[in-house]
Design a protein around this ligand. Structure first.
Ligand SMILES: Nc1ncnc2c1ncn2[C@@H]1O[C@H](COP(=O)(O)OP(=O)(O)OP(=O)(O)O)[C@@H](O)[C@H]1O
Length: 218
């Protein structure tokens, strides 16, 4: 699904990581681990086309996404990617339902079947019947559940998650991991930058960012 080949990233004179090669398969959950500042988020940002590597390729279905035109990048973000962040990245003064609708609208393939799937997604994350509530009134754990429901309705095939459980209790962490696993079972590749041992243990593979390749386990 995603083949990273010889990827390197520098900020100024500082090399963050060098010659990173790894594969994330369809249905695989991969944990990116490493000390603070080792470049986990930067690697996710390169995968999500929010940053560019200095060398190397990131192949998706055989095409190097780092060389995408602006239009190709927009379509890749719209049709392939889904994000989950520690800070939820929701529209706080909109309702739960509005947050989900905004996410679904640009995805042409999903139009027309939003009504049912929004309700199903909210039920899946334990927020059935909460669609008219304003996001900023929800707890942090509930907001992350809305972000999860948003992912579920978007139906991405590659999920990039940056510390998605950092601010969550055990139950909400379990909800996040269960939902991501369900998405991976339906064929989605999931890459998670994390310091959380529970998340690492729930993943199929672990890649230590900034460390020698020997530390990649499978
Ligand atoms: N745009 C940028 N310009 C210069 N330096 C940057 C930029 N973005 C990130 N960095 C630096 O790159 C390093 C890696 O940052 P990154 O956020 O990727 O690390 P991380 O492993 O995700 O850290 P943490 O676990 O603390 O979230 C940091 O030292 C950061 O300051």
């Amino acid at each position: 699904m995603i083949d990273i080949e010889g990827l390197s990233k520098k900020f100024g004179e500082r090399t963050l990581w060098h010659d990173v090669s790894l594969t994330v398969g369809q249905g695989e959950m991969l944990a990116l681990i490493g000390p603070s500042g080792s470049g986990k988020s930067t690697l996710l940002n390169c995968l999500g086309l929010l940053d560019r590597p200095n060398a190397g390729a990131i192949r998706h279905e055989g095409r190097d996404i780092t060389r995408f035109s602006r239009r190709e990048a927009r379509l890749f973000r719209r049709d392939v990617l889904g994000y989950l962040f520690q800070g939820y990245a929701l529209i706080e003064n909109a309702t739960v339902e509005e947050n989900l609708e905004v996410a679904v609208k640009p995805r042409r393939a999903l139009r027309g079947k939003t009504g049912q799937s929004l309700g199903q997604a909210l039920q899946r994350v334990g927020l059935a019947g909460r669609h008219k509530e304003t996001v900023h009134r929800l707890s942090g754990g509930e907001q992350q559940r809305v972000a999860l429901a948003r992912l579920i309705v978007q139906q991405p095939t590659l999920v990039l998650a940056d510390e998605p459980t950092a601010a969550l209790d055990r139950d909400n962490t379990a909800m996040v991991l269960d939902s991501l696993r369900e998405m991976s079972r339906s064929g989605c590749a999931v890459v998670i930058a994390t310091h959380d041992d529970t998340v690492r243990e729930a993943c199929d593979n672990v890649f230590a960012v900034g460390a020698p390749l020997a530390s990649q386990s499978s």
